[in-house]
Design a protein around this ligand. Structure first.
Ligand SMILES: Cc1cc2nc3c(=O)[nH]c(=O)nc-3n(C[C@H](O)[C@H](O)[C@H](O)COP(=O)(O)O)c2cc1C
Length: 260
């Protein structure tokens, strides 16, 4: 099959997922159409993909699944037996059932998963967990993976792959309102970067130290990572418990896995 259009589909608050998809597209040497829902989670509309398109579907792993707040977006994927590649970005702890969930959503939408991969991204909550990843080697591998997908399609090979995950996929628990959200120090310079980059649009544009609807915060880490003066931070018992777990169990760096 010759690829007509290459599409990248993702939700990527701290951009590690987007970076890996872009490196794959570079490997394929095709300029992609990017459907990034990060800052338009409610409004983005995906086209129906054609049989000779290729769709790279990437998602960050949240709690071993794809982020529940972006589920409706990934559920809106629609194709006509369009080949798809599934990519999960995880913060060096566990990829869990995220690839299996992406596979099911793609199949439901009429896409045809032909390859998959898990890559590692710097953890949303700490530069000390997989800091700087995806690094140069990861992105080189993503480029190679892109070329491998291109070769598979050139050979008209649409064989499915077996992705990891617990079968049958467990039903999702209803999303709970957030009990903690980022705080802000007096170092805030009112630049508005956090306001512009909050996927949930809940940082007050006039007083960015305030989160207007904290219960909607998905704790994606975008405002904390993007603040140019490190004024945003997480704090509290739940966060400390999580960090203790991350530091204890997720320090040893993992490697990407490709399924093709
Ligand atoms: C709410 C939340 C839950 C997360 N859960 C996991 C997890 O279960 N396993 C893991 O390894 N990383 C987990 N992470 C880390 C992200 O998967 C990782 O940092 C990823 O690279 C973020 O993708 P993005 O840069 O595209 O936003 C979690 C991050 C957040 C914000």
């Amino acid at each position: 099959m010759k690829i007509k259009n290459l599409h990248l589909v993702c939700f990527s608050p701290t951009q590690t997922t987007l970076k890996v998809l872009q490196a794959m597209a570079a490997g394929l040497e095709i300029k992609p159409v990017v459907h990034d829902a990060t800052l338009n989670l409610q409004g983005i509309v995906l086209p129906e993909f054609d049989q000779d398109d290729l769709v790279l579907v990437g998602a960050p792993v949240y709690g071993g699944r794809i982020p529940s707040q972006a589920l409706h977006f990934y559920s809106s994927l629609k194709g006509r037996q369009t080949p798809a590649v599934l990519v999960a970005l995880y913060g060096n702890c566990r990829v869990g059932d995220a690839l299996l969930e992406l596979e099911q959503l793609c199949l439901l939408g009429g896409l045809r998963p032909i390859a998959a991969a898990s890559f590692i991204g710097e953890h949303s909550y700490s530069e000390e967990i997989a800091g700087g990843r995806p690094n140069r080697e990861d992105l080189q591998l993503a480029g190679q993976f892109g070329r491998m997908v291109g070769a598979k399609l050139s050979a008209d090979n649409f064989d499915p792959v077996e992705v990891p995950g617990n079968r049958p996929l467990a039903e999702r628990k209803p999303a709970q309102p957030a009990t903690w959200a980022p705080l802000t120090t007096d170092d805030c310079i009112y630049c508005g970067i956090c306001v512009e980059n909050c996927p949930m649009e809940i940082i007050d544009p006039i007083e960015p130290k305030n989160i207007t609807e904290p219960e909607k915060c998905i704790r994606c880490g975008s405002c904390v990572k993007k603040c140019p003066v490190q004024a945003k931070y997480f704090e509290g018992e739940a966060f400390d418990r999580l960090m203790a777990y991350l530091n204890e169990s997720c320090q040893e760096e993992k490697e990407p896995i490709i399924y093709i």
